[in-house]
Design a protein around this ligand. Structure first.
Ligand SMILES: Cc1ncc(COP(=O)(O)O)c(C=O)c1O
Length: 402
């Protein structure tokens, strides 16, 4: 009998990581299949429906025949709307012909920007805890992730002084994300100015993932692109998924120097050709249409943020910082002395609350959980009660050493 063999896979695959949120979602769905009711705080997507006028624009586009390929960088009118939006916000000219690319989500922009800038052996500055895709793609490209800690005592803000200490002659790219997934923290204008200074002084590429910039509370968002001398070295990543509750439409964009955008367009021609034509038409309606729905959603996130933060802080052994943006909290559970992954399993199997382990956000995430408050206040209160009960039970259990 001959044993069937397969040819080996590429070595570079070893670098790719999955996303923890999808793993936990899978486990939660399995519990639901068995008849349990699970509260979902693990997945990072708005629970709101896409605003009606945006859906209508896609329906109209389908009827008008937007069912074919578009230009690889995206439909011109959408690129123009993006350029106008960014120009208004950062007070500089953006050329829709050469400095904007539309993609099926922000994720492809992140992937392509890292692929286009990082050579094997290059170091990449990544905030930790940070969204795992940055590390994953950096490793895939053969780059070396260099994590800079976001410290709880510094409100999880990226400290430019710490970034400076981690920059070396090998650093090629600095990745910045604010408001931050997973901590909900953001950066001040001064932080941005100092980070821009580091980028300029060290001749770095900078990827600024600002996808949550419209979901912000109490503070203002300052784009890194607006800093002098940054346009030539910065690729700004943005999209429709979070602001307009459009995760399933797969629509995002990148804005940056023509020299880099042209290579991202080339990658897109090789991978996806373009984003779906009718999604792009919906994107125009999102950017140019009324913004009342965005305001309404942000106000509701704000209300939920206060409920979840005060609820978590009232549970013994838990402390939680007030987030300034996105829709995540990153509570500290260190007093339990448990691995965050074990705590996630416990909360899922005993309290039927799905959360995400801090350790899935890189080396500085252990001891924390990420919870998304893109869930109704009622669900959040239900989850808080169950988490409180589980913590109470844990505090009564004799410790293994006793
Ligand atoms: C920080 C960050 N950037 C980018 C994305 C990707 O968004 P998209 O759905 O546009 O690919 C996410 C999604 O979770 C995110 O959290």
């Amino acid at each position: 009998m001959t044993t069937a063999t397969q040819p080996g896979l590429a070595d570079r695959l070893g670098g790719l990581l999955g996303e923890g949120a999808f793993e936990i979602l899978g486990l939660a769905k399995e519990l639901e299949r068995k008849g349990h009711e699970v509260v979902h705080l693990e997945i990072g997507e708005p629970d709101f429906d896409t605003p009606e006028h945006i859906k209508q624009a896609a329906i109209d586009a389908l009827r008008k025949g937007y069912t074919h390929y578009t230009a690889a960088p995206g439909i011109y009118e959408l690129r123009e709307a993006i350029a106008e939006r960014v120009s208004d916000e950062v007070d500089m000219d953006v050329d829709p012909n050469s400095e904007v690319v539309v993609m099926p989500g922000a994720k492809p922009g992140i992937f392509s920007a890292i692929m286009a800038t990082v050579n094997p052996g290059d170091e990449v500055i990544i905030p930790g805890p940070g969204w795992p895709i940055y590390e994953s793609v950096t490793r895939f490209a053969g780059g070396i992730p260099v994590f800079v800690p976001l410290r709880e005592e510094n409100d999880f803000r990226l400290d430019p002084a710490e970034v400076r200490k981690h920059v070396s002659k090998k650093t090629k790219l600095m990745i910045i994300n604010y408001p931050v997934n997973p901590t909900g923290s953001t950066l001040t204008k001064k932080d941005i100015q100092e980070l821009a200074q580091i980028g300029r002084e060290n001749n770095l590429w900078v990827m600024s993932d600002e996808i949550y910039s419209k979901i912000i509370f109490d503070v203002e968002h300052h784009s890194l692109l607006s800093e002098p001398g940054m346009k030539e070295r910065t690729i700004m990543i943005h999209g429709f998924s979070k602001t307009y509750a459009m995760t399933g439409w797969r629509l995002g964009y990148a804005v940056g120097p023509a020299s880099l955008i042209s290579h991202i367009v080339k990658q897109q021609s090789n991978i996806a050709s373009c984003a779906a034509a009718f999604s792009q038409m919906a994107g125009i309606a999102a950017l140019r249409g009324p913004q009342d729905d965005v305001k309404r959603m942000v106000e509701e996130y704000d209300r939920r943020r206060r409920v979840i933060v005060s609820g978590l802080n009232s549970i013994k052994g838990v402390s939680c910082k007030m987030p300034r943006g996105a829709f995540y909290v990153f509570p500290n559970f260190k007093s339990l002395g448990m691995k965050s992954r074990d705590l996630v399993t416990l909360l899922l199997n005993e309290a039927y609350v799905a959360t995400l382990h801090g350790s899935s956000f890189g080396p500085y995430g252990e001891g924390y959980l990420r919870m998304s408050y893109a869930a109704s206040v009622e669900k959040i209160k239900q989850a808080l009660e169950k988490i409180g009960e589980t913590m109470e039970k844990l505090s009564k259990k004799p410790s293994p050493s006793a």
